[in-house]
Design a protein around this ligand. Structure first.
Ligand SMILES: *[C@@H]1O[C@H](CO)[C@@H](O)[C@H](O)[C@H]1NC(C)=O
Ligand SMILES: *[C@@H]1O[C@H](CO)[C@@H](O)[C@H](O)[C@H]1NC(C)=O
Ligand SMILES: *[C@@H]1O[C@H](CO)[C@@H](O)[C@H](O)[C@H]1NC(C)=O
Ligand SMILES: *[C@@H]1O[C@H](CO)[C@@H](O)[C@H](O)[C@H]1NC(C)=O
Ligand SMILES: *[C@@H]1O[C@H](CO)[C@@H](O)[C@H](O)[C@H]1NC(C)=O
Ligand SMILES: *[C@@H]1O[C@H](CO)[C@@H](O)[C@H](O)[C@H]1NC(C)=O
Length: 552
């Protein structure tokens, strides 16, 4: 039998350890070894053996249960390609991705204008109080293209803003807010398609709705962001504020006192003041959102002004840039070191403006391009932007380092004005794959030839700068296009929304998903400049092996 002191040590080994100094560690370990090997087996060590085997069996049992009895959660099988067709319809430049049915695969939201919906959901325009034809919203399962919901939502959509938070009966939901041509405001539940609320138009007949519809901080105190809409009426931009959770107008109409265009940006200065940056009369105009709010409603607002910006703004013309930058085509936010900076693509130059002082960080003179710039990574973890220099057959794609404006890569890639936008997707090597559309066969500016021209989709990856991969060619007009990661780290796919180029002539509307990797084996390798050492097949293999990352 062990004496009491040892028993104590057995039961509270740590307690006795505490008493001993660090130097005795070696001795103590030796002692413990002796204890363990001391024959004969006491009842206590038998207990220990039993406890050991019991816990071992328990562990094995748990492993067994987890690995064999509890089935793995069923992963829905994604189809590599799917397609939805509407025979006599038109569609809108709108695509949104969201996991609607909770299967961890992104689903696709789109809009089309038609007389009837497809056969499975037989709600007609008249059922929902619209005249026929009207705009339908539809959500398609990203896995197999089956429709999750589909219903008439508006007369003829002018602007859409999705992922607007809603709080209903204490439950958080997400909505898409649509404003239709007559000016009605409609909120649709993103996950079910149900109409949450709708309000008839309060706009005048000749109001033209500008894009986008902006979410601004809560002004009516209901905890949800509110909405700011700009319209153009007789060469004047007017502003309207609506409650984001009820759609009711807050205050009345306010005039900005200038002419302006779509493509404005809500900018927050480093001091936390909200300003609207708006393309106006061949320049860039700025408006304090606080000032706008005070024009339409009384009372407190969460907005403030920035003294520096108030000095910069010309009170009569509202121009913010002292020099003319030519017509502003695109305004976009760029993450900067101390807050967002602003990338301005104008008719004469591409400029990166500091987000606080609006001073140019760099300027690159170039010909006007049409499509929106696309961000991505050319060097690992260094943000770059793909811009267009010129249009039509003179178009050139430039990849610029955002911090310096240096040209990283450039390639002539003729395109037509109606061609689809570019896209990018981050890859696992901290760079990005870029997707550009260009003309399959360069043609002249002959209108009749151009209409039937084929657009080709080219894929580019910075690890192979001398190669473009021609993935596919399409002659139908493409209304919207995106490259989406349907499932994390795998399954990058193209989403194409195709339909008649003009909204006056209904025709075939198609939504197509195509897995990128499936297009690689049959792709054509286009060598830029001198031919590299890799064979075409080796190039295709490298593109096939690309892994993708979800955007942070
Ligand atoms: C639309 O639906 C109505 C009633 O269901 C039907 O009579 C009509 O033929 C349909 N029109 C088209 C173009 O499918
Ligand atoms: C479609 O219409 C038929 C006949 O009008 C009706 O019986 C059926 O319930 C409707 N289906 C749906 C999903 O509304
Ligand atoms: C399509 O996928 C969804 C899950 O995303 C599943 O619920 C549905 O049954 C599938 N439909 C078909 C026709 O396979
Ligand atoms: C505002 O702009 C107008 C027209 O360019 C100019 O005449 C005026 O002096 C400017 N005002 C200020 C305060 O800079
Ligand atoms: C833009 O393209 C024009 C020719 O169309 C060319 O002269 C000019 O150098 C290009 N600009 C840049 C920055 O590459
Ligand atoms: C455009 O091309 C078509 C077919 O190639 C030809 O018949 C027509 O004459 C051309 N038009 C012009 C203005 O070159």
């Amino acid at each position: 039998m062990l004496d009491n002191k040892d028993l104590e040590a057995e039961i509270h080994p740590l307690k006795s350890e505490d008493r001993k100094s660090q130097e005795n560690l070696g001795n103590r370990l030796k002692n413990e070894d002796n204890l363990k090997s001391t024959p004969p087996l006491s009842r206590l060590s038998r207990c220990r053996t039993v406890a050991f085997f019991l816990s071992l069996f328990l562990c094995l049992f748990v492993v067994f249960v987890v690995s064999f009895i509890i089935p793995c959660p069923d992963r829905p099988v994604s189809q590599r390609m799917w397609r939805i067709d509407y025979n006599i319809a038109v569609t809108y430049d709108f695509l949104a991705m969201e996991d609607i049915n909770n299967d961890k695969i992104q689903d696709v939201l789109f809009l089309y204008k038609n007389i009837n919906s497809s056969s499975n959901f037989n709600r007609s325009c008249i059922d929902e109080g619209f005249s026929s034809p009207c705009t339908f919203a539809a959500a398609a399962s990203g896995a197999n293209g089956s429709l999750l919901w589909e219903r008439p939502v508006a007369q003829d959509v002018a602007v859409v803003e999705c992922a607007v938070p809603q709080t209903r009966d204490g439950k958080a939901a997400s909505a898409c807010i649509l404003v239709d041509r007559p000016g009605s405001f409609i909120a649709v539940n993103l996950f079910t398609g149900e109409t949450l609320w709708s309000h008839a138009s309060s706009l005048s007949q000749n109001a033209f709705i500008l894009r986008p519809l902006l979410q601004v901080p809560d002004v009516d105190g209901d905890g949800a962001p509110d909405l700011l809409m700009l319209t153009q009426e007789e060469k004047q931009v007017n502003s309207y504020i609506y409650s984001g959770s009820t759609g009711l107008q807050i205050g009345h109409r306010g005039s900005l006192g200038v002419d302006g265009e779509s493509g404005f940006l809500l900018h927050v200065t480093r001091t936390g003041a909200h300003y609207l940056l708006l393309p106006c009369a061949s320049s860039l105009c700025g408006y304090s959102v606080k000032g706008l709010y005070e024009k339409v409603a009384q009372g407190n607002s969460p907005f403030k002004k920035d003294p520096l910006w108030e000095d910069m703004l010309n009170t009569t013309t509202h121009q913010v840039l002292p020099h003319s930058s030519g017509a502003v085509h695109h305004l976009m936010h760029v993450p900067g070191k101390a807050g967002a900076d602003v990338l301005l693509v104008g008719s004469e130059a591409c400029v990166l403006l500091d987000g606080q002082e609006l001073m140019p960080r760099w300027t690159l003179r170039m010909a006007p391009g049409l499509r929106r710039p696309v961000f991505g990574y050319y060097k690992p973890d260094t943000l770059a932007v793909a811009v267009e220099n010129g249009t039509s057959i003179d178009r050139q794609i430039l990849l610029l380092d955002l911090s310096t404006g240096a040209i990283l890569w450039s390639q002539a890639l003729p395109s037509l004005p109606g061609g689809p936008p570019s896209a990018s997707l981050p890859t696992a090597d901290h760079r990005s794959a870029f997707f550009f559309w260009g003309l399959h066969e360069p043609v002249g500016t002959n209108e009749t030839e151009a209409r039937g021209a084929q657009h080709s989709l080219y894929m580019f990856h910075p690890s192979l700068p001398h190669v473009l991969l021609e993935l596919t060619s399409i002659s139908t007009p493409i209304i919207a296009f995106d490259v989406v990661l349907f499932e994390p780290s795998r399954h990058a796919a193209l989403v194409l929304l195709m339909g008649p180029a003009s909204s006056d002539t209904p025709g075939l509307v198609s939504v197509i998903k195509h897995k990128v990797r499936d297009l690689v084996p049959s792709s054509r390798v286009v060598h830029l400049g001198e031919r590299g050492p890799d064979s075409d097949q080796a190039v295709r293999d490298r593109f096939s092996r690309l892994r993708y990352l979800s955007e942070a």
